[in-house]
Ligand binder design. Structure first.
Ligand SMILES: C[S@@+](CC[C@H](N)C(=O)[O-])C[C@H]1O[C@@H](n2cnc3c(N)ncnc32)[C@H](O)[C@@H]1O
Length: 284
């Protein structure tokens, strides 16, 4: 394909940072992760049977809930109202397992100093690669035993979940857009805060768009370009041949994907390979 004009897309631009930050994006993120194998792949790498967890930027808790022991305490710090609704919807299933969910509708920066737990989680939150040193200094003193972060590690933008569905020339006009976010995390942490352990986990992000138009709107918005720009036209041309009809895909799909295919197997599927780093510190 012809390379589109440089987009100006930057990993730290407002368009890049909004995933999860406003309700519409939060709901899209939840649907996307529900159709992906993010939780299935990441939860075993984090571990199970945690009994006392402070979960920063908990979202809908898709990974965390698989890591908790029956009877656990789950203190979920989550400022986004749509994510808060997703947490509340789980209350009956959690209660059946004796899990006590405490939702604190606040940012980590505003958390009272008195909030501690045996384990502190921060899974896939932007500050783990935008301000890792400040996040570490705020969270480490709250962890009695262990802290675990999940940080994007694919060579594609961190906060544009389906970026890897596009050829890299749509977003890699500067090298930083291809730098795995976890490399920035480790740089920002400096020598004194380096983790004890890092495990790299591969998974697949997928989303079933109801129509081709919905898919085009999504990618145009995430690339922050208009439909009639050079890049917008190149994007439409690319999507025309790259989106897969979900019905065709279901024939080849894993059982996981077929089970999670919304819209009754209709629609247009975009999928891409992802990698996450599970980054861990131990405290005594
Ligand atoms: C991409 S989602 C990840 C959600 C969940 N941890 C997961 O792994 O699926 C990022 C979450 O971080 C939350 N978040 C963003 N800024 C935050 C802050 N300053 N303090 C706490 N949470 C924040 C967002 O509301 C959003 O729910």
């Amino acid at each position: 394909m012809t390379a589109p004009a440089p987009s100006g897309w930057r990993w730290d631009s407002p368009a890049a940072r909004k995933a999860g930050d406003v309700s519409a994006h939060a709901r899209l993120y939840l649907r996307m992760m529900a159709q992906s194998d993010y939780a299935v792949r990441l939860a075993p790498a984090v571990g199970k049977n945690y009994v006392d967890v402070l979960d920063i930027g908990a979202g809908g808790g898709s990974v965390t809930r698989h890591c908790l022991a029956d009877g656990a305490r789950w203190c979920a710090v989550e400022p986004n109202p749509a994510m808060g609704e997703a947490l509340a919807a789980q209350a009956p299933a959690l209660a059946a397992r004796g899990i006590r969910l405490e939702h604190i509708a606040a940012r980590w920066q505003d958390l009272p100093k008195s909030v501690h737990a045996d384990a502190v989680f921060a899974f896939n939150i932007g500050d783990s690669h935008h301000a890792a040193d400040a996040l570490f200094d705020a969270l480490a003193p709250r962890a009695r035993r262990e802290m675990v972060w999940i940080v994007p590690a694919q060579a594609a933008p961190a906060s544009f979940c389906l970026a890897g569905f596009l050829p890299a020339d749509f977003y890699s006009d500067n090298a930083v857009n291809r730098q795995p976010a976890v490399e920035r995390t480790l740089e920002q942490l400096g020598q004194s805060r380096q983790p004890a352990q890092i495990d790299y986990i591969d998974w697949q992000c997928r989303f079933n768009f109801a129509t081709r138009q919905e898919a085009a709107r999504h990618f145009l918005e995430r690339l922050d370009c208009s439909a009639d720009s050079t890049q917008g036209r190149a994007l439409r041309a690319y999507l025309d041949h790259a989106l897969q009809a979900a019905g065709d895909f279901a024939g080849n799909a894993t059982r996981f994907a077929a089970r999670n295919c919304q819209n009754g197997g209709n629609g247009w599927l975009a999928a891409c390979a992802k990698r996450s780093a599970v980054v861990r510190w131990f405290f005594s």
